[in-house]
Design a binder for this molecule. Structure first.
Ligand code: GUN
Length: 293
C-alpha cells in the first residue's frame, strides 16, 4: 500500500503558521502583511487561481489587493501598476499572474518587481540566489517550495544518495525544483521534451517530479517501485462518463496505475495545488517580516 499525500492537510499546517506569523508582526510592529495580485485578461483558470490567492490572503489576516485588468491593458499600463506597488510600503508581496495575454512581454514585467516583494521567486535576483545555494536570503518559487515540503516529509532534509528526476525545465517550476533538490544533496536529472528514452530516465528516480502539462503522461512502467512521485500537473480533460460536456482535473501522472508502485504519491487535485497557495502566503509573511526589520 502506498501513501497518498493529503496536500490540503499539509497546507493547512503551513497556513496556521503563516497566520501566527502575520498576527505576531501586527502586534509587535503594527504592520499588516500586504499581498497584491495582478491579473490581466479573461483566462478562466487564471481567474480561479487568483481568486483563491486573494481569498486566502484575507483568511491569513493580510491586506489583500487584487488588480483585475482588461485584456486591452498595455505593457506600459501594467508596468506603471507594478511600479506603484513596488513603491507602496503597505504591500510586501506582488504577484503578476502568468501567462499574460500574448501582446505582453512578460519577462520585463516580472523582472521589474522588486526582489524583496517578488513572492513568486521569479526575479533573477531570487532565482540566482537559489541557483547559488542561498536558500535563506531570497524568496523561493511557491510550487517547488511546496513540493519540497512533501519530499522533506518523506525523506527528511538530507537526500544524499537519492536520485531525483524532474520532468520539465521551466523557470517557474523545473529549474527551481532541481535547485532545491540539489541543495538537499540529491543527484538530480532534469528531463524535458528532448530527453531520449524518458521512461528509462524516470525509472531511475527515487524521487520523480512531473511538471510537463501532459495529462497522465507518466505511466506505471516509468515508476521505480518504492519511489516518491510528486505530480505538479493540472490538466483539465473531457470526462464524458460524468455527462456531456463535463470535464475533470488530472495530473501529469497516471495516478490509478502508478499509486501501487510508488511508496508515496501526490494526487491531483488535492496534492501540490493547495501547497502552492500556502507557500505564497508563507513567502508574503516572510517578506513582510524582513521589511519590518
Ligand atoms: N500561473 C500558474 N502558476 C503560477 C504561479 O505560481 N505564479 C504566477 N505568477 N503565475 C502562475
Amino acid at each position: 500500500m502506498s501513501t497518498v499525500i493529503d496536500g490540503k492537510t499539509v497546507a493547512a499546517a503551513v497556513l496556521d503558521r503563516v497566520k501566527t506569523a502575520a498576527s505576531t508582526l501586527e502586534e509587535s510592529h503594527c504592520v499588516k502583511t500586504g499581498l497584491a495580485v495582478v491579473i490581466v485578461g479573461n483566462d478562466p483558470a487564471s481567474h480561479t487561481y487568483v481568486s483563491s490567492k486573494s481569498r486566502m490572503a484575507k483568511e491569513c489576516g493580510f491586506v489583500s489587493v487584487q488588480h483585475t485588468l482588461p485584456e486591452e491593458t498595455t505593457q506600459d499600463d501594467l508596468a506603471a501598476i507594478v511600479d506603484r506597488l513596488n513603491a507602496d510600503p503597505a504591500i510586501h508581496g506582488i504577484l503578476v499572474q502568468l501567462p499574460l495575454p500574448p501582446h505582453f512581454d512578460a519577462d520585463p514585467i516580472i523582472q521589474s518587481i522588486r526582489p524583496e516583494k517578488d513572492v513568486d521567486g521569479l526575479n533573477v535576483v531570487n532565482a540566482g540566489k537559489l541557483a547559488t545555494g542561498d536558500l535563506k536570503g531570497g524568496l523561493v518559487s511557491c510550487t517547488p517550495a511546496g513540493a519540497m515540503v512533501f519530499v522533506r516529509q518523506t525523506h527528511g532534509a538530507d537526500l544524499s544518495g537519492l536520485n531525483a528526476v524532474v520532468i520539465g525545465r521551466s523557470n517557474l517550476f523545473g529549474k527551481p525544483m532541481a535547485a532545491l533538490l540539489l541543495a538537499a544533496n540529491a543527484t538530480v536529472t532534469v528531463a524535458h521534451s528532448r530527453t531520449r528514452d524518458l521512461p528509462a530516465v524516470c525509472r531511475n528516480a527515487d524521487i520523480l517530479v512531473a511538471a510537463v502539462g501532459r495529462p497522465e503522461m507518466v505511466k506505471a512502467d516509468w515508476v521505480k517501485p518504492g519511489a516518491t512521485v510528486i505530480d505538479v500537473g493540472i490538466n483539465r480533460i473531457a470526462a464524458p462518463e460524468r455527462g456531456e460536456g463535463k470535464t475533470r482535473l488530472v495530473g501529469d501522472v497516471a495516478f490509478a496505475e502508478c499509486k501501487d508502485i510508488a511508496a508515496t504519491i501526490t494526487p491531483v487535485p488535492g496534492g501540490v495545488g493547495p501547497m502552492t497557495i500556502a507557500m505564497l502566503m508563507a513567502n508574503t509573511v516572510i517578506a513582510a517580516h524582513r521589511a519590518a526589520g
